[in-house]
Design a protein around this ligand. Structure first.
Ligand code: SF4
Length: 364
C-alpha cells in the first residue's frame, strides 16, 4: 500500500484500498486456483463485452480518445474493433457454450465500452444468473446512466458487484478528463445507489474507483477529494469502498509506453478470456485492437475448446518466455497483478502443463 493511500486511511479514516491489495494467504489461494485452471483447461473468469459503445470520451482511453471521429461508415474504429451492442441472441449462445466449463469465479459483463448502454443488459444479467455460470457477476460502469430504478433492476436480476469508474470529482476536471459535463449527474446517481443499499440492506458490493495518480498529479488531488466526499456516506456500509486503481499502460500512452518493457508473465492470460461484442474471443480483456484473438464464439462447440487452441497455448508460452514477437500488445503493458512473479518462478512447470502433447509448436 503506498504512502498516499496510507495517509487516506489514517488521516481521513476512510476505507480506501488499492484494487489489487492482496495478503500472502490470498495470493497463495489465487495461485492455486490459477494453476488448477491451467492444468484442468478451465477458466476462472470470463469478460463479456456487452457493448463497445461508450457515452464518455476519457482522455486515457484509446477507444474513445485517439479514435474519436476516426470510425468509418461501417463503425470500424481503426484497430479492427467494431462498435456495436452485443445481441441478446449472441449472449444466449455464449451461455450455451459455457457448458463444459466449471462454474466461474466471476463473470464480468463489460469490456471496452459502457455496459449500461446495451438495452438488453438487465435481461443478460438475468439469463446469466439463471444459468448460474458464475459465483459472482460484476459490472464496471461509469454510472452516467445508473439511475436508482436501473440499479434496483440490475440488483434484482443478479449483479453482485458494481465497480464505478468515477476517477475525478471536480466538475471542470470531470469534463476535461472524461469528455462530458456529467460529473454532477454521476455523483447524484452514486449517492442514490448508496441510499438504496442502505435503506434496503442490499447484499451487493460497490466500489467507487479513482485513479492512482498515474498519468497526472491532478488525479491524486481528485482521489483525495473523492474519498473525502464519500467518507461519511459509506461509513456504515461494509460492502462499499473507495478504491485506487492503477491506470494500465496497455494503450501506449507517451513516454511510459516507450520506457516500460514487460519482464513478467501476466496472470490474466492464464485464467480469463474476453468475448468482444461481435463474438470474437481474445486472450485478454484489454485487447482493444484485437491483436490477441484466439477464435470466435461461433467457431467452437464449447468455449472450453478455445483453451486447448494452439493459438492460445502459443501466446501463453510467449508470455512465460517473454517472447513478444507473437504478442506485441503485451510488450509494453505494465499491468502488475498479484502472482505474476510466482508464475515466472513456475515457468518450467507451467510449460510442462501447456505442452504435454503440443511439442510440435516448438518446431512448427
Ligand atoms: S500483459 Fe497486458 S495485454 Fe498482455 S495479456 Fe496481460 S493484461 Fe493483456
Amino acid at each position: 500500500m503506498n504512502e498516499y493511500n496510507n495517509k487516506m486511511k489514517m488521516n481521513l479514516e476512510i476505507k480506501a484500498v488499492p484494487a489489487d491489495a492482496c495478503n500472502q494467504e490470498k495470493k497463495d489461494e489465487r495461485l492455486t486456483h490459477i494453476l488448477d485452471a491451467i492444468r484442468d483447461r478451465q477458466l476462472l473468469a470470463l469478460n463479456i463485452e456487452t457493448t463497445s459503445f461508450c457515452n464518455l470520451k476519457c482522455i486515457f482511453c484509446r477507444m474513445h480518445a485517439e479514435r474519436v471521429g476516426k470510425t468509418d461508415e461501417k463503425g470500424q474504429s481503426g484497430g479492427g474493433k467494431i462498435k456495436k451492442h452485443m445481441s441478446l441472441e449472441l449472449f444466449k449462445k455464449i451461455m450455451e457454450k459455457c457448458r463444459g466449463l466449471d462454474r466461474l469465479k466471476t463473470l464480468f459483463l463489460h469490456g471496452l465500452g459502457e455496459p449500461l448502454l446495451n438495452p438488453h443488459l438487465v435481461e443478460m444479467v438475468r439469463i446469466a444468473k439463471t444459468c448460474d455460470i458464475a459465483e459472482k457477476i460484476t459490472l464496471i460502469t461509469n454510472a452516467v446512466l445508473l439511475k436508482q430504478q436501473l440499479f434496483r433492476e440490475l440488483v434484482a436480476a443478479g449483479v453482485d458487484n458494481f465497480r464505478i469508474s468515477l476517477d475525478v470529482i471536480d466538475r471542470d476536471q470531470y469534463r476535461k478528463i472524461k469528455g462530458a459535463d456529467v460529473g454532477e449527474v454521476v455523483l447524484k446517481n452514486i449517492d442514490d445507489c448508496l441510499v438504496e443499499i442502505k435503506n434496503n440492506s442490499l447484499p451487493v458490493s460497490l466500489s467507487i474507483e479513482c485513479m492512482e495518480s498515474a498519468v497526472d498529479k491532478n488525479y491524486a488531488d481528485e482521489s483525495e477529494k473523492i474519498t473525502e466526499y464519500f467518507s461519511e456516506k459509506i461509513r456504515r456500509l461494509p460492502k462499499v469502498d473507495v478504491r485506487l486503481v492503477k491506470l494500465v499502460n496497455w494503450n501506449e500512452r507517451g513516454e511510459r509506453y516507450e520506457k516500460f518493457q514487460r519482464k513478467f508473465p501476466c496472470e490474466q492470460a492464464f485464467y480469463m478470456l474476453m468475448i468482444h461484442s461481435d463474438g470474437d474471443v481474445s486472450m485478454c480483456c484489454k485487447d482493444d485492437r484485437k491483436e490477441l484473438l484466439i477464435g470466435t464464439v461461433s467457431s467452437v462447440d464449447s468455449l472450453r475448446d478455445l483453451l486447448s487452441s494452439e493459438k492460445l497455448i502459443a501466446m501463453r508460452k510467449a508470455l512465460l518466455l517473454q517472447d513478444y514477437s507473437l504478442i506485441s500488445a503485451c510488450r509494453h503493458c505494465d499491468l502488475r497483478t498479484s502472482v505474476d512473479a510466482e508464475l515466472l518462478e513456475k515457468k518450467d512447470f507451467l510449460l510442462g502443463f501447456l505442452f504435454p502433447v503440443k511439442k510440435s509448436l516448438d518446431n512448427p
